[in-house]
Design a protein around this ligand. Structure first.
Ligand SMILES: Nc1nc2c(ncn2[C@@H]2O[C@H](COP(=O)(O)OP(=O)(O)OP(=O)(O)O)[C@@H](O)[C@H]2O)c(=O)[nH]1
Length: 534
């Protein structure tokens, strides 16, 4: 009884023949390393690209922080120079206006310039269109400047002119050191300003951009100036830079977009400059490159698969044919089929040879077995099964035949007098003699202990009677080593001449045999013509 496990294994083996197995193994051994190398290569290049981009943005943010710092220092120096000139002309409003205009137009550092006295009262402006001359300003920048009585760069705030600005100012002192007021330049954060020149001119067209935040995480510069003034708290780069840290990091920005950012602090103000680029934009060329590599290598990979599949077919084809042959080893035509298998390589040749040897052996054994089944082991003549097969064949072919029934006379005495082995030898000897008088087509059979039948196809009754007589005489005149001379009695009949019914013909032959016994043995009795049907 086969176990479920063996059944399952057989089912799998039936589904998975050698060709499929080789194909699966080839795909695994060729395509998986190929895919793995391809993917690993992609990952390495991707990481390199990310690292290079981060490094580049960090270097860029650092450079911009330094330029911005230089610009602010330079702006303070320009204001300081003007403050010294204005110190001697605080009551000359025309002069102050001229100097403010020169400062704004020549340096182009500021969107506007304002001169105030020590109370915040506006003495002069450029441009004059500001319309704040004569007003006392209380804005954050002005208040900070008046309190500091020194150079300041304000935090961004909403000015009286309704502009979101940064106010940079220098104090004005008289020659005797008396504080007279301040001259300040404003940078309008939501309009075109020096910051655009400084930061926006470096704006990449490849998706990279720069923005600037103050210490409180308010945007003070952004390429989209609608975002100026916005406070951003959930951005890693801004968090770092507002704590005075410079560096680089991948991050998800406030809009939920993955970015690669470099950031640096402007030392004089604590502002943070962030240069960043969307990750997808950074990786897009690499993805395109990998796609192109894939498209170019795919045909080669497919060709390789095809070659492997074809080779697998060539290798497995003889094995497959041999396996089919192995399933039908008992059929006579299998040897011919296996002989025609083209075994083009050593292993299949050896397999083929071994199978042919095996089939030869098997078929010899089968033939021998078939013969044994129909043969009497003592005499080598046919047995009762052989007799029946012969009768069936003659009947089918409508082949007339004669029957000779043969029995050894007084065989019991031979057995009793010389032993069973001697008796056996007598039976064997009679077998040989029956064969001696038979033709190749005749069917000599041993059907009982010392009873024999000889069927003679196509032999008429009188010919069979002659054969019977020849056998009788042969036995009678043969001297046997142990038992000496013996004799046999024989009865002869014919089908269909003696009777149409085969069974009756055999009974007639038997009856003739016993008639011979009764008549004194060592005789041949033939069915008399009166009992023949025709
Ligand atoms: N040695 C040997 N003896 C056998 C074999 N088969 C049957 N016998 C013996 O053959 C004998 C047949 O004896 P009977 O049938 O009485 O006939 P008979 O002695 O030959 O006498 P008749 O036939 O009347 O002449 C018996 O003693 C059987 O035991 C066999 O295969 N070998």
């Amino acid at each position: 009884m086969s176990s479920p496990k063996i059944k399952k294994t057989t089912r799998i083996a039936t589904r998975l023949d050698l060709r499929r197995l080789i194909l699966v193994l080839t795909i695994c051994s060729a395509l998986i390393p190929f895919a793995n190398t391809f993917y690993a290569g992609y990952l390495v290049q991707r990481q390199q690209l990310i690292d290079t981009t981060l490094e580049g943005h960090y270097a860029y943010a650092t450079k911009l922080a330094r330029s911005t710092d230089d610009f602010l220092q330079s702006a303070l120096q320009q204001l300081d120079y003007s403050a010294k000139l204005m110190a001697g002309h605080m009551d000359d409003l025309h002069y102050l206006g001229e100097e403010a205009a020169r400062l704004r137009l020549q340096t182009k550092s500021f969107n506007s310039v304002t001169v105030i006295d020590q109370t915040g009262y506006v003495l002069a402006t450029s441009p004059e269109t500001l319309q704040i001359v004569g007003k006392t300003l209380k804005s954050a920048g002005v208040t900070e400047a008046l309190q500091a009585k020194g150079p300041i760069i304000s935090q961004p705030y909403m000015a009286v002119t309704d502009n979101f600005i940064i106010f940079i100012s220098q104090p004005i002192f008289a020659a005797d050191g008396q504080y007279l007021g301040a001259v300040g330049g404003s940078i309008y954060l939501k309009q075109e300003s020096m910051l655009d020149t400084l930061l926006g001119s470096h704006f990449y067209q490849d998706g990279s951009y720069v923005f600037v935040v103050d210490k409180n995480k308010h945007i003070i510069y952004h390429p989209n100036n609608k975002r100026v003034g916005e406070r951003i708290s959930n951005n890693e780069a801004i968090n770092q830079v507002s704590q005075g840290e410079s560096g680089k990091t991948p991050l998800i920005n406030s809009q939920g977009i993955e970015m690669l950012a470099g950031y640096a602090v402007v030392p004089s103000t604590g502002w943070g400059i962030v240069a960043q680029r969307p990750k997808t934009v950074t990786l897009a060329p690499l993805n395109a490159l990998m796609r192109s590599v894939l498209y170019k290598t795919l045909p080669i990979a497919l060709l390789m698969l095809l070659v492997i599949w074809w080779s697998a077919r060539r290798i497995t084809s003889p094995l497959r044919q041999l396996a089919n042959g192995a399933r039908a080893m008992d059929r006579p035509e299998t040897a011919q089929q296996i002989q025609s298998v083209k075994s083009w390589y050593f292993e299949s040749q050896e397999l083929k040879k071994a199978m042919l040897r095996g089939i030869g052996l098997l078929q010899r054994n089968i033939t021998k077995l078939r013969e044994d089944v129909n043969t009497d082991p003592l005499t080598g003549l046919g047995n009762r099964r052989h007799l029946e097969a012969a009768i069936t064949a003659f009947q089918a072919e409508k082949m007339p035949f004669a029957v000779i029934a043969i029995d050894i006379d007084h065989f019991k005495k031979i057995n009793d007098g010389f032993g069973h082995d001697a008796g056996d030898e007598v039976i064997r000897q009679l077998g040989r003699q029956i064969r001696e008088v038979s033709r190749a087509d005749d069917a000599p059979c041993r059907v009982g202990g010392e009873e024999f039948l000889l069927l003679l196809p196509a032999a008429p009754l009188h010919s069979a009677a002659q054969v019977a007589e020849r056998l009788r005489a042969l036995v009678e005149h043969t001297e046997l080593p142990t038992v000496g001379r013996i004799s046999v009695s024989l009865g002869v009949a014919h089908w269909p001449d003696s009777n149409d019914d085969i069974k009756t013909v055999f009974q007639q032959a038997d009856a003739m045999l016993y008639a011979a016994k009764r008549a004194g043995r060592n005789r041949v009795e033939v069915v008399p013509p009166a009992t023949t049907a025709r």
